[in-house]
Ligand binder design. Structure first.
Ligand code: MF3
Ligand code: CO
Length: 260
């Protein structure tokens, strides 16, 4: 079982700095979202914001998940409608009224990483899309609410799954949250559902645990596939998908959301 690499209060302070830059960049994105803007416009603005704040965009150049795929070419992932995660920004991809878009941003500063995602509505969206946004956010929020020193990782996974499925949505199983620290991806993996009866997640999370919790929720079936670019993940049935993420620390006094 892959236990977390525990962080000291000093290290948590550094993770807070990295995550506050992510938060600022997501605020900037929120101000920019409107019909007509391209996902590349968002990427350029975010990369400048990250660098102006003395950090590096961790996604840029990140090694591909499979051979014959280029390293990740941008600073943000921008995933629209049926795109689940890892949508590559492009000048051709302009936002349209009624879409939903998740923007995922990673930073590194003073050796520590930040990672968070928000989903946004582009103008007026359907009731179904709004319910998906709200439910996915509640999945993340409920997961954060169960955190406390010594909580079982399975409890976190179960809180996410329950919220999604009780709203008749499905959880993406192929992608998971993760520990975060000096590296963007550290143990443990944080599935958004209880896998194998909870056997892989049946351990306690002590003070000093820092996790990036990132539910991905689909309106339709849970299966996802990669597009030809090797990065962009879409729902197999092309149903709408949504993604929220926060980096969260378990401390002596409770829980701190580092990216809020
Ligand atoms: N938040 C995502 C993750 O935790 C973003 C990774 S994008 C990549 O895995 F390009 F860096 F892979
Ligand atoms: Co992440």
């Amino acid at each position: 079982m892959d236990r977390p690499i525990l962080k000291t209060p000093d290290e948590i302070a550094k993770l807070r700095v990295a995550n506050q830059i992510v938060k600022g960049a997501l605020d900037l994105v929120g101000e920019m979202i409107e019909p007509g803007i391209s996902t590349l416009d968002l990427d350029i603005a975010v990369e400048k914001y990250i660098r102006d704040n003395g950090a590096l965009p961790t996604f840029k150049g990140y090694p591909a998940p499979s051979v014959n795929v280029m390293p990740y070419p941008a600073s943000i992932c921008a995933s629209i409608d049926e795109e689940v995660v890892h949508g590559i920004p492009s000048a051709e991809r302009k936002l349209e009224e009624g879409q939903i878009i998740s923007v995922d941003i990673g930073t590194k500063i003073n050796g520590y990483c930040g990672d968070a995602t928000r989903s946004f509505a582009v103008g007026n969206i359907s009731k179904k899309a709004q319910k998906l946004l709200d439910t996915t956010y509640r999945c993340l929020d409920n997961a954060i609410r169960v955190l406390r020193p010594g909580v079982l990782l399975t409890e976190v996974c179960a809180a996410i799954q329950k919220e999604a499925e009780s709203n008749s949505f499905s959880i993406v199983k192929q992608f998971v949250g993760h520990g975060i620290g000096r590296n963007m991806h550290e143990p443990p993996q944080v599935p958004n559902y209880v896998s194998r009866g909870g056997r892989d997640t049946n351990f306690e999370l002590p003070v000093g645990t820092v996790l990036a919790i990132e539910p991905m929720v689909n309106v339709g079936k849970s299966e996802v596939i990669a597009k030809r670019d090797g990065w962009t993940i879409i729902t197999k049935d092309r149903s709408l998908s949504c993604h929220w993420e926060h980096s969260v620390a378990i401390t002596e006094t409770g829980v701190e959301v580092l990216s809020i």
